[in-house]
Design a protein around this ligand. Structure first.
Ligand code: FPP
Length: 225
């Protein structure tokens, strides 16, 4: 079975650049190329939701030049590449708090989300200024506001950024680190985790197929026997 939802922690852009004695931003630029290839191949494979971890709430700690470079890559991706992807039936959703974002980038993002809202081939979630603990706090706040005293799993899920989407079946992390890094803590309760040593800029559609094929061999019991 093809996973319905794949989530990816795209790690290793900095190391990719360092290996070539290039500035880190070159690694991010190469990373965007990988994003485009992987989005297309995921869509071709019939995956319904793809979630990419592009910028965490902790990434603000990076030097301003790197943060600015990441924002400019994202902005270009959203303006230019997503327009193309949208014609290919992709629907964009942002997971995260956009309030701290530059106003022009925020408007671009919201306009692409609106323009693609009726697309049905692939839902592309981009996690931006995202942190799973912050997301869960947001759920608590919403429940308090609405006076919900008896939360259920369904109620909690309905207040997450991923409301209405299936949880990830497969979580991929590149560059060999065995960490979750504050990503989708609630949603990955039963996800299969796949870690590859490949750095994100080197990750190919073939590597994606290898991850899916490993996933297909796993025996998912969801706590049963
Ligand atoms: C981790 O590599 C990667 C990031 C923090 C940013 C990921 C962003 C992109 C791939 C580009 C923009 C995304 C989209 C969706 C267009 P790292 O810098 O932490 O690498 P390192 O651990 O080797 O230093």
């Amino acid at each position: 079975m093809i996973p319905e939802h794949i989530a990816i922690i795209m790690d290793g852009n900095g190391r990719w650049a360092k290996k070539r004695s290039l500035p880190r931003v070159f690694g991010h630029r190469q990373g965007v190329k990988t994003v485009k290839k992987i989005v297309k191949s995921v869509s071709r494979l019939g995956v319904k939701v793809l979630t990419l971890y592009a910028f965490s709430t902790e990434n603000w700690k990076r030097p301003k030049t790197e943060v600015d470079a990441l924002f400019s890559l994202l902005s270009r991706f959203i303006k230019k590449d997503l327009k193309e992807l949208s014609d290919a039936g992709i629907k964009l959703r942002i997971l995260g708090d956009l309030s701290k974002f530059p106003q022009d980038l925020k408007s671009e993002i919201l306009s692409v989300c609106k323009d693609t809202e009726n697309n049905t081939d692939l839902e592309l979630n981009i996690a931006l200024n995202y942190g799973a603990r912050q997301e869960i706090i947001k759920v608590f706040e919403e429940m308090l506001k609405q006076g919900i005293k008896k939360p259920t799993e369904e109620i909690v899920s309905s207040f997450l950024y991923t409301a209405g989407q299936p949880d990830p079946d497969l979580l991929i992390r590149t560059s060999g680190e065995f960490r979750i890094s504050n990503f989708l803590l609630w949603q990955i309760a039963y996800s299969e985790i796949y870690v590859t040593d490949k750095l994100w800029p080197d990750f190919t559609p073939k590597d994606l197929e290898a991850a899916i094929s490993e996933f297909q061999k796993r025996d998912r019991r969801f706590g049963g026997i």
